[in-house]
Design a protein around this ligand. Sequence first.
Ligand SMILES: Nc1ncnc2c1ncn2[C@@H]1O[C@H](COP(=O)(O)OP(=O)(O)O)[C@@H](O)[C@H]1O
Ligand SMILES: O=C(CO)[C@H](O)[C@H](O)COP(=O)(O)O
Length: 477
Amino acid sequence: MLASPHHPPVCRFVSPRPLSPKQGYPHSRKLLPRRISRMEVACSSKDGGNSGHEDNRQLYLGMDFGTSGARYALIDDQGTIQAEGKRNYPQYVSENTMDWATSWKATLFLLLEDVPVSLRPFISSISIDGTSATTIVVDSTTGEPLCRPFLYNESFPDALPLVKSVAPANHTVCSGSSTLCKLVSWWNSHDSNKESSLLLHQADWLLWHLHGKLGITDYNNALKVGYDPEIESYPPWLLQQPYSQLLPSVKAPGTSIGHLKEDIRTQYGFPKDCVICTGTTDSIAAFLAARATQPGKAVTSLGSTLAVKLLSTNRIDDARFGVYSHRLDDKWLVGGASNTGGAALRQIFTDEQLEELSKQINPMETSSLDYYPLPAVGERFPVADPQMVPRLHPRPESDVDYLHGIFESIARIEAKAYGLLKDLGATQVDEVFTAGGGAKNDKWTKIRERVLGLPVSRAIQTEASYGAALLALKGAR
Ligand SMILES: Nc1ncnc2c1ncn2[C@@H]1O[C@H](COP(=O)(O)OP(=O)(O)O)[C@@H](O)[C@H]1O
Ligand SMILES: O=C(CO)[C@H](O)[C@H](O)COP(=O)(O)O
């Protein structure tokens, strides 16, 4: 269920007593004169603000813009969470379609309002992660979107032959859902204002609202438009294309871009030296949150999608299977993102039903049901098939058996994904940590452990927003 801005946020502050949820703000496109909510008053009076002594602590704010909602995490330099919260995306509909850009922008400022007012003066830096290959073409002067955003899992087969004709064989961009296919499709279907247009990713565009410098991205988000993080530049075959003029400049994730814009800083009570840092993608932020540092360790993000990230010493890219490698300092995050996962689950069961039905599942029992759960036609990885049809029948009488079969079928897809990475030459996986909404399901974790034949556990930090906060911490230093 998508909330309106009036639905109260889900906020957790690290404070001694539970606080009643804050009422949401009525949304307006302009930044509202801020109204102190009960939550903030309670928080600030609870913390006692500076309590009279010099408080030079530094805090770092990470925001995750996932598929179904957005979250923030506020950490200190020990990585301890000082506050966190989440918001569902408010519905903004124009011409019968969801206006995602307006919803994301509204959510950005709602999350800023949810940060306890007493902690804001200590926030040294901010970073944001977003869904990968979610693309926005904007006016290069105003930053306003020139068309609707193209979402991470949307496929643009019309552009694929053109992209394949210029890119190396099986390059990451040779997938209908790649950012480059979205750019080429836009380029070929628009005649006007190409000269003054610019390509940004979801995280870049949201960060721009905070720092005000258009045209900056990070080398994780830029991967699927063709940026090569190994040579730290766009490759010649891409720079030769007419649409390369739209490409943003690229920095490493967690790099300081500039200070928080003065009007936002004064309105929300952030400090003068608060810097905005480049971000990353949601599944990489989830990997960072898990703090897995050794090759062979992997993170499966069980969110709306199933994104797999294996830390490997060598780079593997093969668009035939939807496999690509993100750079992580001097190593590679090899993997891909399947469209299976929570979005398909949510079409059948509410989160509460998942909770209740899971209690009755015996995870050590094998389910004979064989599904390929997808929210719609199309799969990216470990099978790259935009025409793949969801398979969720026959449905048994018992919903417990049905859910067991779905969990086990998704686990088989995950096992196929890790087996494929091994066959393609990546470092052998030896342990899997879990992030995302599915990480809290212990029965599913046990099913996955049985099917994968590997130790599978819930990451200590399961939210991508925590990984984004670690990037902010890195950028502040
Ligand atoms: N108890 C549960 N067991 C398994 N999956 C769950 C459970 N609760 C929520 N989920 C799934 O988690 C997903 C949301 O996870 P989340 O990480 O918030 O996704 P995203 O950020 O990709 O939108 C939902 O699609 C839902 O189906
Ligand atoms: O599925 C997704 C949305 O949740 C994204 O595609 C996910 O971020 C995977 O992309 P990447 O591997 O580039 O992070």
